[in-house]
Design a protein around this ligand. Sequence first.
Ligand code: SF4
Length: 556
Amino acid sequence: MQKREALEFDILFVGAGPANLASAIHLQRLLKRHNATAANPLEPSIAVIEKGRYAGAHLLSGALLDPRALDEFFPDYRAKGCPVEATVSKESIWFLQSKRKFAVPFIPEPFSNKNSLIVSLSRLGAWMAEQAENEGVQLFDNTAASAPFMENGKLTGIITDDKGIGKDGNSKTNFEPGLLLKAKAIVIGEGSDGSLTRQLSMHFPSISAAQRYETGVKETWEIPEERITAGEVHHTFGFPLESDVYGGGWLYAFSPTLVSVGCISSVGHDSPVCDPHLNLQRFKLHPLIANILKSGKMVESGARTITSGGLDAMPPLCGPGYLLTGESAGMVNMQRHKGIHLAMKSGTIAAETLFEALLHNDFSTGRLKSSEERFRNSWAWEELHAARNYRKAFDKGLYSGLVQAGLQLGIPGLSLKTTQLTLPGFTETPSFNPKKKKIALPVIPEFRADGMRTFSKERSLFSSGVMHEENQPCHLVIKREDIAEICLKKCKKEFANPCQHFCPAGVYEITTEPVPALKLNPSNCLHCKTCEIADPYGIITWTTPEGGGGPGYKLS
Ligand code: SF4
């Protein structure tokens, strides 16, 4: 076994997203309040590690923020300079056909974004990280959690990425082994489909609940004035998605001259040739969006998967030595298309649990389990419970979903006949059949990006800030024999190699010359995790590249 330097902390957070940063800030504030009057003050060492090259680099979301959780744990957030781009001032929901639009006449309460804030999640994450550091939390960016460290069936540490290993697997002159970071409790908030969470699920199978996922692709645009007002919000369904592919589009105005535009597409079981990047490019051609973006300039682009299984797909919030927060715990409400407020709430629940554990110096699973009860008694559980069957209602397509979603307005959580997932998403991918419209390639061959309004995957990557150390082992692991037998034979025949379509960064290419081969471009990877989820055979394993690699979002 590799000899590693070990560092010890009391509490270690894996991932600097809104859940863990909210948790670290809230915990420090609880400790400060306690220490102000305590005879024996508590001064635990608390650290956050982040695989991005700075806090916020890998954060991407819509992002409409319901400020409820922020108000609770950080009521002075505005006074402290929280980067709020706008407050929602006007909102619409549209059903789109390719050239036409139909406004939904009223916005039902669960879909309303009244009082929500428009934020850039990467900017919000960077600001929260600064606040956490001001509170005394140590932040280590450029540091990926490569593997769990287990002792006696308990998670007691994590191993960080080795740096300086070449493509061939040999150490380079700058080789530095990863560290062993040990802690009394480890809080995992890695976002959707985290690689540490996946490895942990091998030790604790209850973590690997049958989660479902969607992929969001987003761009930020500078536009001429007088098209839109700050705080304007548009949500759409219909075009460009076929009625049996779940998803929809959005356009949010940060200011009269800066907007976020994006499209969510279901990955995996709805359509093996679903191309989330292409869906966004087509969405921008709809007159509703095209008229707003006309003569504008795309300034940032990115992609990320979203957990969408809701309450029924949530794993237990804790286990021996660890707590799960944010999307690692499945904290997304698809009915509201929101998760940041739930992520923050899960973080504060973890903080209160850890505060109690520190007070009693008891980090047993029994003590950590109080997080489950806190969640069960919170507004977050109530909200997720009411929305528990929303996403499932669309399993039989848009129209049946709309009917059920309408009925759920009267009876929250109503389920007519929905599918309870019991297996990981990739096992539900239907075989490719070019004769069936729903999974055929209706537009891909004809679509040509114009470079002004629509962009190729290569061009979009320029605006994502993506970079990796080139000379390192490929972090997308597919066994050689699987490439030969599955990718180039079985998958080609059954699914027409959907990896070429669903990866928003064009990382996967099937080449034919000089011999058929799967060519990987791992340096382009946006860490969105679509491939690991949507691969119909489950043969792709996403491992952590050297810390600091990946996108460099600043506005997403
Ligand atoms: Fe996303 Fe996988 Fe493509 Fe990376 S390789 S951008 S994780 S689909």
